[in-house]
Design a binder for this molecule. Structure first.
Ligand SMILES: C[S@@+](CC[C@H](N)C(=O)[O-])C[C@H]1O[C@@H](n2cnc3c(N)ncnc32)[C@H](O)[C@@H]1O
Length: 261
């Protein structure tokens, strides 16, 4: 039986984190705008959109003359998204990336943020992305990559303490390029760039609470205060936290796999 990773508890904690700290990920929004470049009338397919952090912004950019298909396999994540997003240019579907079934060549852009690693069939997923893209279309897959301190955070902390575990395989630069080529992208049309993301918090305890909730680290031992202080410690030790002006900046290093059909 397929297990929904983002079950009710995990989706509820994800929603709590994102609604209590709505500005923590503003630089992710900037990275999305810079690399996806959503424009008026674009036809965009998003997978693993979760509870919809990026969706309003993308939907506004494409406008009513555009089309935006928002997907995620978790009905619990989508329930939160649906409650906020109702626009004529938006269609919402409960499906994983490897199960995407859309008209071939019907999108200008396909994108995701922090979701591709969840796919249990990455080769099939990439083939479906390639098929969905129109000729000249752009894929932007922002994710955690092997060898980064972020991958270590997931493998050392999230896998151990998350309510659903975190049994995934991250892309490496080589495996990402291989998947793209297998799906049909030309070598010269594939690039991988660093996304040196930072997440911003007013306090270290806020940082701890956000990460605790976002990753549903309910299996950490101790009471709530202890769980949050262990989360802060592991963030400091593995990811790095820097005090800059009024903010604590949490290092969140990702990569973007960009390819044109
Ligand atoms: C870390 S969340 C990211 C959500 C959103 N993109 C964001 O940045 O806030 C990962 C999302 O990937 C989704 N996911 C899990 N398996 C997936 C799959 N096979 N295909 C697409 N998305 C998947 C989860 O349901 C979850 O909503």
């Amino acid at each position: 039986m397929e297990i929904i990773e983002f079950n009710q508890t995990r989706a509820l904690l994800y929603e709590k984190a994102m609604t209590k700290y709505p500005n923590a990920r503003v630089r992710d929004l900037s990275a999305m705008l810079e690399h996806l470049e959503p424009n008026k009338s674009d036809r965009i397919l998003g997978f693993g959109e979760g509870n919809g952090y990026f969706c309003q912004s993308i939907a506004n950019r494409v406008g009513v003359s555009g089309k935006y298909l928002v997907t995620d396999p978790s009905n619990y994540q989508l329930a939160h998204l649906v409650s906020r997003l109702s626009l004529p240019q938006v269609e919402i579907k409960q499906i994983g990336v490897e199960g995407l079934s859309v008209e071939p060549s019907s999108f200008d852009k396909v994108w995701s943020f922090g979701a591709f690693h969840h796919s249990s069939n990455k080769a099939e997923a990439m083939k479906r992305i390639y098929s969905a893209l129109d000729y000249g279309g752009k894929m932007v897959v922002c994710d955690v990559f092997q060898g980064s301190v972020l991958a270590k955070h997931f493998d050392d902390v999230v896998a151990k303490y998350c309510v659903t575990g975190h049994d995934v395989e991250f892309l490496s630069n080589d495996s990402a390029k291989y998947l793209c080529k297998q799906a049909g992208f030309k070598d010269s049309n594939i690039q991988i760039i660093d996304l040196p993301q930072k997440w911003l918090f007013r306090s270290e305890s806020g940082l701890g609470e956000f990460i605790y909730q976002l990753h549903a680290l309910t299996n950490l031992p101790g009471n709530m205060a202890g769980k949050i202080s262990q989360t802060v410690d592991s963030c400091r030790n593995i990811l790095g936290v820097e005090s800059v002006g009024a903010f604590y900046e949490l290092n969140w290093p990702m990569s973007a796999l960009i390819a044109y059909k």
